[in-house]
Design a binder for this molecule. Structure first.
Ligand SMILES: C=C(O[C@@H]1C=C(C(=O)O)C=C[C@H]1O)C(=O)O
Length: 365
């Protein structure tokens, strides 16, 4: 067979497969529509339907990854199914998701990674605004950054949890790659200023010291804001990621300039709905302790006794007394797991206050 004939035959086969894929996706979407009807029918008086089920979505993705035999790798396959589910869910109910804006931020990228592209993502000017929009019911969910692997905690987010009663429904992890970006009018040999978010400037500190030791580093509200500014300036550059680069039509003059190659940020999904266990969950709590000898030891003992794996502990001023602190603790397991439940009861007895922020599926993607 000639090369041309071979290609033609293969393309015919692909067309036939696509028809079948489309048929199956449509069948799946119709199933999701029926799920929505069933959810509507079984509601109690005055109850709001809950269409989005993070625990179910996590299970669907994990199952797909387990079934996958290649040649596409697990992450790739999960991403495709993420988008299929997102489109199916949008048929039931288009989700409104608030994120830390403006458009093109890593938080928006995290929102789309978690929910897929069929949601309506709404940029907010500040972290606190996201909490308020979710609390007011103006959006279904919010996405906020909580920690970076290079720079540590995002304190605005932690402090907002002290002030609002919202539920953590999920987490997303994103590899953060920063680039040095310039605009059409930038004179590359005359750069005297670089804009970025303070976190990003910190994540690229050593690179800047080595390559641009003498330029002014200006911290602005977000990386996307930095990218927007360089559009109209001839002597400045921005540090931002791919989304902001594309959105503002900039050019990368240096790629992946973050000091640590594994630089990642963890984001939380905040909402109003508690999430049932999936068998592979995490829980976040805030604990305040009285300032007495051995307080931290007493706090941690029940976790140790019950074999609960701590993944993170962060301290913040309690804001209710000088030199008093609250602890933000993340651990593996769901608040309904018997051993976790028991540990939390003991901690409740020992502490001044315990606030369970939520149990949620461990990030799948
Ligand atoms: C179809 C459902 O509703 C939504 C859509 C899902 C999907 O497309 O698989 C999964 C969970 C829900 O977010 C369901 O609850 O099963």
């Amino acid at each position: 067979m000639s090369e041309e004939a071979q290609l033609k035959a293969l393309r015919n086969r692909i067309d036939a497969i696509d028809e079948k894929v489309l048929e199956l996706i449509s069948e799946r979407a119709r199933c999701a529509q029926v799920v929505a009807e069933v959810k509507q029918k079984t509601l109690a008086e005055g109850e709001q339907p809950v269409f989005y089920r993070p625990e179910r979505e996590a299970q669907v993705l994990k199952r797909i990854m387990e079934l996958n035999k290649g040649p596409l790798d697990n992450e790739e396959v999960a991403r495709l199914f993420r988008e299929i589910m997102s489109a199916c869910l949008a048929l039931e109910e288009p989700l409104r998701v608030a994120y830390l804006g403006p458009e093109g931020t890593f938080t928006q990228a995290a929102a789309l990674k978690h929910f897929g592209h069929s949601v309506k993502s709404l940029p907010m000017a500040a972290i606190d605004e996201i909490f308020r929009e979710v609390a007011a019911g103006a959006v279904h969910f919010g996405v906020v950054p909580v920690e970076n692997s290079t720079e540590g905690a995002i304190n605005h987010t932690l402090d907002s949890f002290l002030e609002h009663d919202l539920v953590i429904c999920g987490e997303v992890e994103l590899r953060i790659h920063h680039h040095l970006l310039v605009g059409e009018n930038t004179r590359v040999d005359k750069i005297s200023r670089v804009y970025s978010h303070a976190q990003s400037l910190a994540q690229c500190r050593k690179w800047l010291d080595a390559h641009y030791p003498n330029i002014e580093r200006v911290a602005v509200a977000s990386n996307a804001d930095a990218a927007r500014r360089v559009q109209s300036e001839w002597n400045s550059a921005a540090i931002a990621g791919d989304m902001a680069c594309e959105l503002y039509g900039l050019t990368r003059i240096a790629e992946k300039i973050e000091d640590r190659p594994d630089n990642s940020t963890r984001f939380l999904i905040i909402g109003n709905q508690e999430v049932p266990p999936t068998g592979d969950d995490k829980t976040s709590v805030i604990v305040s302790m009285s300032n007495r000898p051995g307080a931290l030891h007493h706090l941690l003992q029940p976790f140790h006794d019950n074999g609960v794996d701590l993944t993170r502990i962060e301290t913040r001023p309690s804001r209710s007394g000088k030199w008093t602190y609250v602890f933000f603790i993340d651990f593996l397991g769901h608040q309904h797991d018997p051993l976790v439940k028991d540990a939390l009861e003991k901690i409740r007895d020992e502490s001044v206050g315990l606030k369970i922020l939520g149990s949620y599926p461990k990030a799948v993607l």
